[in-house]
Design a protein. Structure first.
Length: 531
């Protein structure tokens, strides 16, 4: 069951867990080394796996390349002996992300015998035994010794590591290209910002700006796990720290719980000297003794601030009060493109179909206090309006938040996606009372026993099962349906519902009797609907 353990570990990484990568060197070169993260190996669908590989530049070449390492997420077809690159991530020496690239049209490459590709392929599709690990270590040692001898021999010429590229053809050299001046400057700025953030965190004793965190529906309802994003509940616990500075609407970022969880922004707190309490003595006119005025000084002590009210669906934290709970939630009160809405007055046109590319994946499930959220591994995406969005997570609401022609439904599921620019796209599917749903039953079978405690079972799900047969939809620009109510989210609401059984609805109702935001004003927005 080694693959299952890898899959669970990988999902922990996706969900913002602190699980460390297990990078194993496959090829040791003079200029760069090729490695694979064994803990990232994840079964995507039968016969197919995904895994992260990377090259690490030698220190002397970092300045010329503009980065220290570059990771590539690859999908391997173990039966056809092919692979394709899905995503690339460039990092500096401190492991800060410089740039991310999604491969819009992945090219399928055949694994060449004797190449680095084959070594990576074997690591992913044929997990090594203990003897195989020893052999890899021995081979790496021999290669290093041979290179050292060749480089140091008198009169000898250094080994040409670029020679024989066909024999060592790899995905890694394909992605090694110098960064532009602007990208290098951006990388330097990012490092400076990271150091300043760390210093600020130390100054305030680790008191980070948690705001009244929003779910990654909530940043993505957040990447998790913590920045401003779309109708998604943040990766690990479903909460997103309220961002001190609002980002442009078109760049609302998903909490993902995928992509690596962002570090919380430190709130700059000006430290002010604390005035000591001065105890003055005064004379008692009757006794002539001097009395302490400490009791008077104590009156001048500042009162402890009242505990902030957390956002919720009832009481003091109810939707009507969201805007007043935190300055970062202001859009919840005065935004003009808020969600949800009643979809009843759209224009009917020939909408291009959403191109769903969902793959079976292991998952991590959590009740984050606002909903039940499910985070899945990399590799699933949609293409719509010329852009590709990665599926990060999905979560549930009861009753449905959106209405179609005035009609609400028993429940609703939001599938939250994010592209490489941080734009959010949410696919909403109505859930109506009817027959039992097998995927939902799998989720309920694996619900954690406590809130904020996540669980990654050794079972895979296919998000395609959440989609209706009729893929007609309505689309418009809206917002997160939870604080901070970030706008600029692309919504696609499927018009045909999917069925759940009464028992399945009842199970969710016991956890969250009501977690739906009220209908918001259309404010003159355009809604397009499939004919």
């Amino acid at each position: 069951m080694r693959v299952c353990r890898f899959a669970v570990s990988c999902l922990m990484l996706f969900a913002g867990s602190a699980m460390a990568a297990e990078w194993v060197e496959i090829v040791a070169g003079r200029e760069r080394s090729v490695e694979i993260d064994r803990n990232s190996i994840l079964q995507s669908d039968p016969g197919t796996k995904v895994a992260w590989g990377r090259i690490v530049m030698k220190d002397a070449d970092v300045d010329s390349a503009g980065y220290k390492s570059v990771k590539a997420l690859n999908r391997y077809d173990c039966r056809a002996a092919t692979f394709s690159t899905i995503k690339r991530v460039y990092l500096d020496a401190e492991q800060n992300v410089i740039r991310e690239e999604r491969v819009v049209e992945p090219k399928v490459i055949e694994v060449t015998p004797g190449s680095v590709d084959e070594r990576l392929f074997r690591e992913v599709c044929q997990p090594p035994t203990a003897s195989r690990l020893a052999q890899i270590a021995e081979t790496a040692g021999e290669v290093a010794a041979t290179q050292a001898a060749a480089d140091g021999a008198e009169g000898s010429t250094p080994i040409d590591h670029e020679k024989g590229a066909e024999e060592r053809k790899s995905i890694i050299p394909q992605i090694v290209k110098p960064l532009s001046l602007a990208e290098r400057q951006a990388a330097v700025a990012a490092r400076i910002e990271a150091r300043e953030r760390a210093a600020a965190l130390r100054r305030v004793g680790g008191d980070h700006d948690g705001g009244a965190g929003a779910d990654a529906e909530h940043k993505t309802h957040g990447a998790a796990d913590g920045h401003a994003a779309a109708d998604s509940h943040a990766a690990a616990d479903g909460h997103t720290a309220a961002a001190p500075h609002a980002k442009p609407e078109s760049h609302a970022r998903a909490d993902t719980t995928d992509r690596p969880a962002p570090q919380p922004q430190a709130r700059e707190i000006e430290s002010k000297p604390v005035r000591p309490t001065v105890v003055l003595a005064r004379s008692d006119p009757q006794s002539g003794h001097r009395k302490s005025s400490a009791s008077h000084a104590s009156k001048d002590k500042p009162r402890a601030p009242a505990a902030p009210v957390a956002w919720s669906y009832e009481g003091a934290g109810a939707p009507d009060n969201w805007a007043s709970l935190n300055p970062d939630f202001a859009l919840c009160g005065h935004g003009r493109r808020q969600s949800p809405i009643d979809i009843n007055d759209g224009i009917r046109v020939d909408l291009a179909p959403i191109q769903f590319d969902y793959r079976p994946s292991y998952f991590r499930i959590v009740d984050n206090g606002h909903t039940v959220q499910v985070s899945i591994g990399e590799g699933s995406s949609i293409r719509v309006m010329g852009r590709v969005y990665d599926l990060k997570q999905f979560h549930f609401h009861r009753p449905s938040e959106f209405r179609i022609d005035g009609r609400g439904y028993d429940m609703e599921v939001h599938l939250v996606h994010e592209d490489l620019d941080g734009r959010l796209a949410v696919v909403s599917v109505m859930l109506a009372r009817g027959t039992a749903h097998p995927l939902v039953q799998t989720l309920w079978n694996n619900l954690p026993l406590e809130r904020h405690s996540s669980y990654a079972p050794e079972v895979a799900i296919d998000a395609n099962e959440l989609l209706p047969e009729d893929r007609r939809y309505a689309t418009f620009i809206g917002s997160l349906t939870t604080p901070p109510c970030t706008e600029g989210v692309l919504w696609m609401v499927m018009r045909q519902p999917v069925q759940l059984s009464s028992d399945q609805i009842s199970i969710f109702s016991r956890l969250h009797p009501m977690n739906a935001r009220p209908i918001q004003d259309m404010a003159g927005r355009l809604v397009k609907m499939s004919r």
